[in-house]
Design a protein around this ligand. Structure first.
Ligand code: CA2
Length: 144
């Protein structure tokens, strides 16, 4: 069975505890469960890693080159400035989907820049927790 990797950036481990008006009340565990259920329906295994550290995410992207067919990443605030994550994703040969719970383009101006979008096949933003299923469906479609 092929595997896909879901990566979660900084502070997403706090989901469900604060800012429910922006990010909803579901926890990251809930979202991972949604994504894993969707992946299994496509015959895909899903691994998940959350980290608050840019280098840990870069290492995980490097490791994914060996054993994951595609990546879904919600980079959190790293989205807006973490060029090391951009470069690591550019070196990953499979499809990459950028995912956000909120729509950063409808928020503060500093969130309007994504350094991940240029190296992603596409971005799913603003659909809350439903975006996790949509991202898996999109990645499965790209993987054929
Ligand atoms: O909308 C998204 O998914 C974001 O990636 C979430 C990031 C934000 O920096 C991006 O611009 C958009 C922030 C995640 C922080 O989540 C928290 C959840 C609860 C309490 C505090 C932070």
């Amino acid at each position: 069975m092929s595997s896909i990797l879901l990566l979660s950036g900084p502070n997403l481990n706090l989901l469900g505890s604060r800012e429910p008006d922006i990010y909803g009340t579901d926890t990251l565990t809930d979202h991972v469960e949604t994504a894993r259920t969707a992946a299994l329906a496509h015959g895909l295994e899903l691994d998940h890693l959350q980290s608050n550290h840019e280098g840990v995410l870069v290492d995980a992207i490097h490791a994914a080159r060996a054993d994951h067919a595609g990546i879904i990443i919600n980079p959190g605030a790293f989205t807006h400035y973490a060029w090391a994550i951009h470069d690591a994703l550019a070196a990953f040969e499979g499809p990459v989907i950028e995912l956000h719970l909120s729509n950063p383009n409808a928020r503060e101006p500093w969130r309007h820049t994504s350094v991940v979008a240029p190296v992603a096949a596409g971005s799913i933003v603003g659909f809350g927790g439903k975006g996790y299923r949509m991202a898996v469906d999109a990645l499965a479609e790209l993987l054929g």
